[in-house]
Design a protein around this ligand. Structure first.
Ligand code: KG4
Ligand code: ZN
Length: 344
């Protein structure tokens, strides 16, 4: 069974083709991505209207590219999947509209997928797929959540951010340091040259006794530290502040994830979402998990940020487990705000 998946929830247009065979983990046949990062850079963040218009321009050429790459014709596609939410309403409507129109034209069913479920299951695209149950750390530009995952479709929220997401903390701090958009990768690059102990930044909610996060105060602390450096801080000072910021974010994420792991008694952690590409986070989490006799699974590095492969994969896994709410009536909706708990 072949699933064509569309992702268009934010600033990446992703299309992918996945094959699901009974008894096997679905395999990725082809995927293609267009990132709008360069287009939004001038504005310092995503401009929703520009994002929607660009998805319209990119989505069909990307779909053609994926089918050509896989040597597959449209007629061979069995199910068309798309990101139903959460995300930017206009952007979501592009992927959903194209997917449902394609389904109607081909006479094939469609399936709307939760974006975070895509991230959550994306480590199944790596060669060493995790086994259930596992703890999942979802860290993206819009979300920071710890979940207990017992099976496909069985997700329990253990804790989440009460204000900014981890990716937002990276992006906003990077903006304060004049590093452009998106800030996460830029801040991480600069942090590699700095001293993570140079600035004593707060670790919000580290000892809160629960698994919730808070990153808004960190941004304020970074702003205050930056101001204290005066009008013309040296590149060295900025690198030190970047390294200290990254260390604070990573410290909180790792401490809470390891606590969730201990509480759950499971031996596996899955990290997903854009911030999962952060190498410092990976190193600290790997070391901490190893001390607990546990191991950490990641999606392939290029599939950490938004992509179509994770949407096609989540659809394929749902189909395999009899959890796919397929539609063939040509109707669809998108859910810009959609709690993951609603689909469990
Ligand atoms: O999952 P994603 O692509 O989009 C959302 O659904 O939000 O995540 C994007 C986020 C951005 O905040 C970006 O700055 C962050 O992931 N990010 C990183 C790194 N790569 C991407 N943050 C820290 N270190 C990185 N290497
Ligand atoms: Zn995402």
């Amino acid at each position: 069974m072949k699933v064509l998946g569309f992702e268009s929830s934010c600033d990446e247009t992703g299309v992918a083709l996945v094959e699901a065979r009974p008894g096997h983990t679905p395999s990725l046949l082809a995927d293609a991505l267009h990132s709008q990062v360069a287009m939004h850079e001038a504005y310092g963040g995503v401009v929703p209207e520009l994002a929607s218009r660009d998805h319209i321009r990119r989505v069909l050429p990307l779909a053609r590219q994926v089918l050509a790459q896989a040597g597959c014709s449209l007629a061979e596609v069995d199910v068309v999947a798309y990101t139903r939410g959460p995300g930017l309403a206009g952007a979501l409507l592009v992927g959903a509209g194209v997917a449902v129109a394609l389904g109607a034209a081909l006479g094939k069913p469609t399936l709307g997928i939760h974006h975070l479920e895509g991230h959550l299951l994306s480590p199944f695209l790596a060669p060493d797929a995790p086994e259930f149950p596992f703890i999942a750390l979802l860290v993206s530009g819009g979300h920071t959540q710890l979940m207990q995952v017992d099976a496909v479709g069985s997700y329990t929220l253990l804790g989440e951010t009460i204000d900014d997401a981890a990716g937002e903390a990276f992006d906003k701090s990077a903006k304060l340091l004049g590093l452009g958009y998106p800030g996460g990768p830029a801040l991480a690059r600069l942090a590699a040259q700095g001293d993570p102990k140079a600035f004593a930044l707060p670790r919000p909610l580290l000892h809160s006794g629960n698994l919730d996060f808070s990153f808004a105060g960190l941004k304020t602390a970074v702003m205050t530290a930056h101001r204290k450096l005066g009008e013309a801080p040296s590149p060295r000072q900025i690198a030190d502040l970047a390294a200290s910021t990254q260390a604070a974010i990573v410290d909180v994420l790792v401490t809470k994830t390891l606590r969730a792991l201990k509480d759950s008694g499971t031996r596996r952690v899955v990290v997903a979402g854009g911030v999962g590409a952060n190498l410092q986070l990976r190193a600290a989490l790997d070391a901490g998990a190893a001390r607990l006799g546990a191991r950490v699974h990641y999606p392939p590095l290029h599939l950490c940020t938004d992509n179509g492969a994770m949407i096609a994969l989540a659809a394929a896994l749902r189909l395999q487990h009899g959890l796919a709410d397929l539609r063939q009536d040509g109707a669809f909706d998108v859910r810009p705000r959609w709690p993951l708990a609603d689909i469990s």
